[in-house]
Write a protein that binds this ligand. Structure first.
Ligand code: PNW
Length: 488
């Protein structure tokens, strides 16, 4: 199996790091234990179970809350350098406000962090991976700019509680999904559909929150804690349908409306020109008194500019774009202000998720696009992985996904000079895949959700990943079977 890792004769650089990722709501369970508050995902799964395709919820999920020591042993077993996990805001601050911390939440994350460090695994911590405290949603959620202040209060406390041990922080996981999917298209909680409005209000708040958090860290913590702060953006590749100028523009606009809208303010200093011009123009055409896009003041631009020590990029798949065309059936709702319609080629092999086809060359292209747009910033690939429906242990399709996508990472590093420092497999465990419930499985470890104990079993991909990592760590001596959660 390992030999099928083509790698083009290239090796990962010596200081290249490998990890696996999860997110609090998708794995923790213990949804109301020891004072944890309700999040918007607790709320929607309990009150609107039809929103989830299999009607399930994440009350127990993988129960990682109760399995810290065993799970860290599994991480150790596959030799990862780091573990990317997220903190549940409402586990630490049940109402979202920081004046009343929940001691058990702080204890839980301290124990996880300590256990990782004791086993030589670096924590990479996401502050927000979608599970907003319900009480803050009741104030309007991310479209309300006051959320930026409340997020900075929260981040400040995370630095205070954990910053002596955590040196790698990600403020937000996928602002486009937090904003457009949740407040414009309604396909993630809280499932609001205010197309062209909710998403931009939220994007503004999230960028201010990110910028202020970065500046706060520089001012108050950098000197003593000496950590690094980044943000993670979802970066599908958008390929023009043909070489025509119109198709190229459609594809480029999608990149700007989904990726540039967040990365451009951080690396260049404002929303991309095409985003400003198009949304302003359309807003005038629609007889609005003001643009749907919330402009930054010069002070806000300064606040956000240069506010990332690294750029997290999540990548799964590729879309083909052409100028807007009502006949094209979209696989995912997308921002329409860029005037593009996107679809996928039926010929491409499909994973389990509706939006997910295998296009390894698209990975290399988006990594190169990031390099050109933002002057080759340091990139950490914070998610990449494959979904199936079976959870089969002999997961050959997942293995070939990792092989082919990792080969493109090597090409991007060695042939194109992309500044890529790390790679994170999504996901460590099969878990609660948002609206798809437990149907779609991304794990390197199988989790038996029928068993109260949620036992984990290594899939074949876990061994392969372990060995790819070992190649770089120069420890390729054993191809051993990782242990399951019973130590077998
Ligand atoms: C990510 N797309 O979402 C999330 O960060 C994870 O929590 C999730 O489990 C994982 O991917 C798998 O779905 C995505 O536009 C959002 O191609 C958007 C896309 C892909 C994944």
């Amino acid at each position: 199996i390992l030999l099928s890792f083509k790698c083009n004769g290239y090796e990962f650089p010596e200081d290249f790091k490998f990890g696996v990722a999860t997110a609090s709501f998708q794995v923790e369970g213990a949804w109301n234990i020891s004072g944890k508050g309700e999040s918007i995902w607790d709320y929607i799964t309990h009150n609107n179970p039809n929103f989830i395709h299999d009607g399930s919820n994440a009350d127990v999920a993988c129960d990682t809350y109760h399995k810290t020591a065993g799970d860290v042993q599994l991480l150790k077993e596959i030799s990862v350098d780091y573990y990317r996990f997220s903190i549940s805001w409402s586990r630490i601050f049940p109402t979202g406000h920081t004046y009343s911390p929940n001691a058990d939440g702080i204890r839980y994350y301290n124990e996880l962090i300590d256990e990782l460090l004791a086993n030589g695994i670096t924590p990479l911590v996401t502050m927000f991976h979608w599970d907003l405290p319900q009480a803050l949603h009741e104030l309007g959620g991310w479209p309300n700019p006051v959320l930026a202040e409340l997020f900075v209060d929260y981040a400040d406390k995370l630095f205070e509680y954990f910053g002596d041990k955590v040196k790698n922080w990600i403020t937000f996981n996928e602002p486009y999904q937090i904003c457009d999917f949740s407040y414009s298209d309604g396909i993630l909680a809280p499932a609001y559909k205010q197309k062209g409005i909710g998403g931009y209000l939220c994007s503004y708040t999230v960028l201010i929150a990110h910028g202020k958090t970065y500046q706060l860290y520089q001012k108050r913590y950098k000197e003593t804690q000496n950590g690094r702060i980044g943000i993670t953006i979802q970066g599908p590749w958008f390929e023009p349908r043909t070489d025509s100028a119109e198709d190229k523009k459609a594809a480029e606009n999608m990149l700007q409306f989904m990726f540039g809208i967040f990365a451009h303010p951080i690396y260049i200093g404002d929303y991309p020109k095409v985003v400003r011009e198009e949304v302003n123009r359309l807003s005038t055409e629609e007889n609005r008194r003001r643009s749907r896009l919330i402009a930054f003041t010069p002070q806000e631009r300064d606040l956000i500019k240069d506010s990332a020590d690294f750029l997290g990029v999540n990548h799964y798949t590729t879309f083909i774009c052409t100028p807007r065309n009502a006949e094209i059936q979209e696989v995912l709702p997308m921002n329409t202000d860029g005037g593009a319609s996107c679809y996928q080629d039926d010929e491409w092999a499909a994973a389990a998720s509706r939006w997910f086809r295998l296009v390894p060359w698209g990975f290399r292209k988006v990594l190169n696009w990031v390099k050109e747009e933002y002057n080759n910033p340091e990139v950490i690939i914070t998610e990449n992985g494959y979904s199936d429906l079976t959870g089969e242990l002999r997961d050959c399709d997942r293995i070939s996904y990792y092989n082919s996508y990792l080969t493109e990472v090597l090409n991007a590093i060695h042939e194109d000079g992309c500044n890529i420092a790390g790679y994170t497999a999504w996901s460590f465990l099969d878990n609660f895949e948002w609206v798809n419930g437990y149907r779609e499985k991304f794990g390197l470890y199988y989790v038996d959700f029928e068993d109260d104990d949620r036992p984990r079993t290594a899939k074949m991909s876990a061994y392969v990943y372990k060995n790819i990592i070992s190649l770089t760590q120069d420890k390729l001596t054993l191809i051993t079977r990782p242990r399951d959660s019973n130590g077998a």
